[in-house]
Ligand binder design. Structure first.
Ligand code: AMP
Length: 280
């Protein structure tokens, strides 16, 4: 596995691979890798000639009071996981390589970036869209792999790719979960034992909502009330939002019919957790 930290080195390597007719599959991450990340890399391995992954804790997607400084890191462990999953190129730029001191160029996907996660984390999706656009221009992939775990992020990236006519196929893969249903996340490492036990209530809330829908309940308010009730059964859970939304636009549904996505965001102490369930 080749480790590249310079943008120009990565670009010229990608150019020569493309010239040789190789298809590059790309998995962008912020590191502290778990099975969710590895599932994306494995799929990329199956579908491409060359697999590139990036590890970059992107400062522009963190708010001023968020966890940028304490975001978990494990460079050596991540390197080994990438290598054993068949990654060919690991791109790990420093923040100063990716951004000037005062970056002035951003990608803003309007509307969808301002609701749900975007309403609670202003500027978050501008940071995400910007870094993903930059990474696409640096790694030059044919296909890029993202996890459904970050449902709104996937929607923002798909819109960006369509809106800017980026020549990349976006592939979204299912959420990988722990045995009790908790969606794997690097941030789960913040949870103490008691919080970890309680955190499974996000998935329980989603499946409780799904159950109501399967039983014919069509009133989003009833579904949301049930989801909230499941969440607050655990002491110490603070609900940021629960939503029954259109899976493409992420706007609230008036009737829970057809394709939809159930979304939850909640805090346990200082740890924020998000999850979702797609109902087809
Ligand atoms: P992150 O390192 O958290 O920025 O995540 C990098 C990529 O891995 C994103 O596309 C995430 O959606 C995806 N991802 C994170 N957690 C999971 C999971 N539990 N299952 C599947 N994909 C995931």
């Amino acid at each position: 596995m080749q480790i590249i930290t310079s943008i120009t080195d990565m670009q010229s390597h990608a150019d020569s691979l493309r010239k040789a007719g190789k298809r590059i599959g790309f998995v962008p991450t912020m590191g502290f890798l778990h099975e969710g990340h590895l599932s994306l890399m494995r799929r990329a391995r199956q579908e491409n000639d060359v697999v590139a992954a990036s590890i970059f804790v992107n400062p522009t997607q963190f708010g001023p009071k968020e966890d940028l400084d304490r975001y978990p890191r494990d460079a050596e462990g991540d390197r080994k996981k990438c290598e054993s999953t068949g990654v060919d190129i690991l791109f790990t730029p420093a923040a100063a390589e990716m951004y000037s001191e005062r970056p002035s160029v951003f990608v803003n996907v309007e509307g969808i970036s301002d609701i749900l996660e975007g309403a609670i984390r202003p500027g978050h999706f501008r940071g995400v869209a910007t870094v993903v656009a930059k990474l696409f221009n640096i790694v030059k992939p044919c296909k890029a792999y993202f996890g459904q775990k970050d449902f709104q992020q996937c929607a923002v990236i798909k819109r960006m790719v369509a809106g800017l006519n980026l020549d990349v196929e976006v592939i979204v893969l299912p959420t990988v979960r722990e045995a009790d249903g908790l969606a794997m996340s690097s941030r789960n490492s913040y949870l103490d034992t008691e919080q970890r036990r309680k955190s499974a209530c996000l998935y329980r809330a989603l499946t409780a909502g799904e159950e109501l829908i399967k039983n014919g309940v069509r009133e989003p308010e009833t579904i949301k009330q049930k989801m909230r009730a499941v969440l607050v059964q655990e002491k110490g859970i603070e609900v940021d939002y629960v939503e029954v939304a259109d899976p493409d636009r992420l706007t609230p549904l008036e009737t829970a019919e057809g394709r939809m996505v159930l979304l939850v965001a909640a805090r346990l102490g200082s740890t924020r957790l998000i999850d979702n369930l797609l109902i087809l």
